[in-house]
Design a protein around this ligand. Structure first.
Ligand SMILES: [Zn+2]
Ligand SMILES: [Zn+2]
Length: 276
């Protein structure tokens, strides 16, 4: 689907969770060259659909494939798209090892590190790497200044908040990233799942406010005594579908970890956390 001249959204494959949209990849090109941002799931049908789409678009050859972060819904198809296009892969160094091991199965190296501020000229259109740690430590966004378009991957979504896992994510980093992205002069955000964010600053402010409110709700609940993430989930998330319960508990654990680092809470026995 063409979003604007030289910017196409490729959405193929399954939903990561029931009701949560499948991953978006983007083909971005100028007069000279094209860059593919993300490659979706590792799945034969998805591969063929993506490759057919790229062949049909009247674009210059793909010169680079940027993997925004280590997760399987974004880098799963990288090996196949590399073989299809011959284009080298690039990612942020913090996610390189996970991408090479888990997404590329050790069969291919990521050719280039993309550091904050690195720039690619596509001919009348360019892409700048924006390091956006939090969802993972090596999460990247890409900014096309000529269009004021920011490709946010999973860091900012219109359809929901972003899941920050307790193991590969970091909520304190994520909060700093949301603040930092307010300084990027974006007109629109093209996201990793679902539709675009059309009012970037308002969305960033709403996401920051949501996280602060969630922290406050946890601190309030702990006034009654120590609670585990599962116990907090029952109190804080009402009317949650069963399929989202584990994810909600992971989110609570991530927030508790941040609060513990800030010395606001302390970990006790039986997975419980108490106010300090
Ligand atoms: Zn992700
Ligand atoms: Zn995703």
């Amino acid at each position: 689907m063409e979003l604007e001249p030289g910017i196409h959204q490729l959405t193929f494959g399954r939903e990561p969770l029931p009701g949560f949209p499948p991953p978006n990849a983007y083909l971005v090109f100028g007069s000279d060259t094209a860059v593919l941002i993300d490659t979706g799931w590792e799945n034969e049908d998805d591969h063929h659909a993506r490759a057919a789409y790229i062949r049909e678009v009247n674009a210059p050859p793909v010169s680079e494939i940027v993997i925004t972060h280590r997760h399987p819904d974004h880098g799963g198809g990288a090996l196949h798209m590399h073989r299809e296009t011959g284009a080298p892969l690039a990612c942020h160094p913090n996610d390189r090892e996970a991408i090479e091991n888990d997404r590329l199965h050790g069969e291919l190296h990521v050719a280039d590190d993309l550091q904050h501020g690195d720039r690619r000229e596509l001919g009348g259109l360019s892409l700048e790497a924006v390091w956006a740690p939090g969802h993972t430590s090596g999460s990247l966004a890409l900014f096309a200044p000529e269009r004021k378009a920011l490709f946010t991957s999973d860091t900012v979504l219109a359809v929901s908040t972003t899941s920050i896992g307790p193991h590969d994510g970091n909520l304190a980093d994520y909060m700093r990233t949301l603040e930092m992205l307010k300084d990027v002069d974006a007109r629109i955000m093209y996201t990793g799942h679902g539709g675009p964010v059309k009012r970037p600053k308002a969305r960033l402010n709403a996401l920051i406010k949501h996280r602060h409110e969630r922290e406050q709700a946890i601190l309030n609940a702990l006034r009654d005594g120590p609670l585990s993430p599962a116990e907090l989930r029952v109190r804080i998330y009402t009317r949650l579908p069963k399929s989202r319960e584990r994810l909600a508990e992971r989110q609570l654990l991530t927030t508790l970890t941040k609060l513990a680092e800030e010395q606001a809470v302390v970990a006790e026995e039986n997975d419980r956390y108490a106010l300090r």
